[in-house]
Design a protein around this ligand. Structure first.
Ligand SMILES: [Zn+2]
Length: 320
């Protein structure tokens, strides 16, 4: 099965551990190369998260360091990993021994208010941007701004238009609700919420209302199911894989079969559901979804084909 995860923070772990570690040797993380191979992963979106201590002033510098870590790992493990840069770099029907890696930036702080920086990051292989983290940045307000949160700034609107032009995935996870609706009104391409869940099942501000889920689905976008127990259920201490399946089934009811993906948030979360402790456990979702009566064709979409559809719709055509 084509398993494609929309969000992991493993580059942050690699940046913290330093030069001695790479994806092959990394231990005590949710994601590493042996785990990805064990889990039968076919593709992964790797996020470059820029911690607040680098903002403002050093955000782009910090992001570039992690972009370098991404490329050094792809070089080191080129037999097993390949970059996803263009439409159809990933083809589900064709067997490929290499796992596709798509580079994303989590937090528009990295742009430091400049469209030129967005274009430079695109040239460095970045193909997705989570517009905000929880705080306000130059693009708009994250959900951490609470009741007073505004929508997209003028610059945020320019970024959306430029991302549409370049062929980049616009990611609305972490964005405050006003900004979410601004993006959906502006974007000419399907939008993703790479790691967000349904608010009806878990009343966390990071999660999406039914209206938001329906709007993403209607627009051809996807919601990547986040595995973080606090985002999965209102009883996070007892969270298991079945609670994650509950989220998937609810998203299926509200948004239909084309709008669901996986957005583990591995290596960005302090705890995991029982049964989904790391990337090697990902295939455990397949029998769990079968037990709920979902047909194989729908399970395939959830496990990766929906996200793949959006990637192959949004990314640029190969130019040569
Ligand atoms: Zn996040």
């Amino acid at each position: 099965m084509f398993i494609f995860d929309a969000h992991a923070d493993t580059l942050s772990v690699l940046a913290e551990r330093g030069e001695a570690y790479d994806l092959g040797t990394l231990k005590d993380s949710h994601v590493n190369l042996p785990g990805m191979r064990k889990g039968g992963l076919k593709a992964q979106i790797f996020a470059v998260y820029v911690p607040k201590k680098y903002c403002p002033g050093m955000a782009l510098h910090a992001a570039l360091k992690m972009v370098d870590i991404f490329w050094r790992n792809l070089e080191l493990y080129h037999e097993f990993l390949m970059p996803v840069l263009c439409r159809n770099d990933l083809r589900p029907g064709e067997y490929s021994p290499r796992i596709g890696c798509l580079l994303s930036i989590e937090g528009g702080e990295a742009l430091e208010g400049s469209l030129a920086n967005l274009r430079i990051l695109f040239r460095l292989g970045v193909r997705a941007l989570t517009l905000t983290w929880n705080n306000r940045n130059e693009l708009g307000d994250g959900i951490g701004e609470g009741e007073r949160a505004s929508g997209l700034s003028g610059f945020g609107c320019e970024v959306v238009a430029e991302m549409n032009r370049l062929g980049m995935l616009i990611d609305v996870s972490h964005l405050a609700e006003k900004g979410f609706w601004d993006v959906l009104a502006l974007s000419k391409a399907p939008v993703i919420a790479s790691h967000s869940n349904a608010y009806t099942l878990c009343r966390h501000p990071r999660n999406l209302t039914d209206d938001q889920i329906r709007a993403l689905a209607d627009q051809g976008g996807i919601v990547g199911v986040n595995f973080f127990p606090k985002h999965v259920t209102d009883s996070p201490d007892n969270c298991t894989i079945e609670d994650v399946v509950d989220q998937i089934m609810y998203l299926y009811q509200v948004g239909g079969s084309d709008a669901i993906a996986l957005g583990s948030d591995f290596d960005g979360i302090g705890s995991t559901p029982v049964g989904l402790e790391d990337v090697g456990k990902m295939p455990g979702l397949i029998p769990a979804l079968e037990k709920r009566g979902l047909p194989t064709a729908v399970i395939e979409k959830i496990m990766g084909l929906n996200l793949l559809r959006v990637v192959n719709q949004v990314l640029p055509e190969r130019s040569s």
